[in-house]
Design a protein around this ligand. Structure first.
Ligand code: ATP
Length: 356
């Protein structure tokens, strides 16, 4: 499998620019997730890499071969890219076997390859069925098998698990991950689902407004978002106004150590606390307002002195109930961002992911 390199890629449609200088380098055999809000240009990036649209500017290499650049244009069928669209887009009149064999030269080799692919995605014995006779999850597995069958240099997956319900989605994506790893594939998965990106990918690229804002392994991106907007995008958090004083930040919850990877330069900052960093125990500093139970974990919202609201994640169950008196402890250093970093991110004492 090959390396992918994208340099300063620009794509515009009639309504204006969509990709505004995307840079990306994916090493052979790595699985990447492109994570970003709806409309930020994720699908457009995949389509440009596959050769389904012609960018205005930039360069793309697949392996050593430049497939797009000044004076260079390799048509999609020559790029050896496997593409899995949102809804598998199988040929309804063909059997599973013929769908998988579609891009392969006929012959004994083809038979063997189809069998290998069926094995890889766990569909042995279903080769003579047609797509309409399969479940949504099975159809997506066929789509992945079809993309992998011709030994592509690169596999691109555009939100392929969207149509599946939560449980099935998790098992299909794990199986697809294993199938890609077993073939040593270099792959890019587009998603706006943070859990999917973090659990599936070796590395994550955060996209926003037509640009890649940050790349890194999932834990680094989650713990050290490059800017406040990315921090706000990546899940539940408590925001606290703060004044930076050396390696500490003074907040309504007291002095907290600053994470040295924080990008803030100024004195007036916003501290971002993840729910895992907030520990609530019995005490007299405030009280529990709400408890949201998710089965594997629990989110507690509490109000402490001065009306500051914090969100805490507890694994399993908690003895604390709404109304119970608590004290709050912050674990580990906190990320801080310049208050006026981009003027757009709202600064509130508490803010929930997805809330405006
Ligand atoms: P989603 O997660 O909702 O699929 P996305 O991040 O994949 O979003 P894109 O599908 O790449 O976003 O679209 C980015 C922007 O480009 C959108 O505003 C979209 O309307 C516009 N766009 C995409 N394709 C075309 C096209 N062929 N012609 C005109 N505009 C387009």
């Amino acid at each position: 499998m090959k390396r992918l390199k994208v340099e300063d890629l620009h794509v515009a449609f009639d309504d204006g620019p969509v990709l505004k200088g995307v840079d990306l380098q994916v090493e052979p055999g790595e699985l990447w997730a492109i994570l970003g809000p709806s409309g930020c240009g994720k699908t457009t990036l995949l389509r440009a890499i596959a050769g389904f649209l012609r960018p205005q500017w930039g360069r793309i290499w697949i392996g050593e071969r430049e497939v797009f650049g000044p004076g260079v244009w390799l048509p999609p069928e020559k790029r050896r890219v496997g593409y899995v669209p949102q809804e598998g887009a199988l040929f309804p009149h063909l059997t599973v076997k013929d769908n998988i064999a579609f891009g392969l030269p006929k012959g004994l080799w083809c038979e063997t390859r189809v069998q290998r692919m069926l094995e890889l995605v766990g569909l042995m014995g279903l080769e003579h069925k047609r797509p309409a006779e399969l479940s949504g999850g099975q159809q997506q597995r066929v789509a992945v098998a079809r993309a992998l069958a011709p030994w592509p240099s690169l596999v691109l997956l555009d939100e392929p698990f969207n149509a599946l319900d939560a449980g099935l989605r998790r098992s299909v994506r794990e199986d697809v991950r294993q199938a890609l790893k077993a073939t040593g594939a270099t792959a890019l998965l587009v998603t706006h689902d943070q859990e999917e990106a973090f659990s599936w990918a070796d590395r994550v690229a955060i996209m926003r407004s037509g640009k890649v804002i940050q790349t890194g392994d999932p834990a680094t991106v989650y713990r050290h978002p490059a800017d406040l907007e990315t921090a706000l995008f990546l899940g539940e958090r408590t925001l606290l106004p703060g004044l930076r004083e050396g390696r500490e930040v003074r907040t309504p919850l007291g002095r907290l150590p600053v994470d040295p990877r924080s990008p803030a330069r100024g004195r007036e900052v916003v501290a971002v606390l993840r729910p895992e960093q907030v520990h609530l125990g019995p005490g007299e500093e405030g009280k529990i307002l709400r408890a949201q139970y998710f089965g594997h974990d629990l989110l507690l919202e509490a109000e402490v002195a001065g009306g500051v609201r914090v969100i805490s994640r507890v694994l399993g169950a908690s003895l604390l109930r709404p109304g119970d008196p608590i004290r709050v402890e912050i674990l580990g250093p906190v990320m801080v961002y310049d208050k006026e970093a981009d003027g757009r991110a709202p600064v509130a004492q508490v803010d929930r992911a997805g809330a405006s």
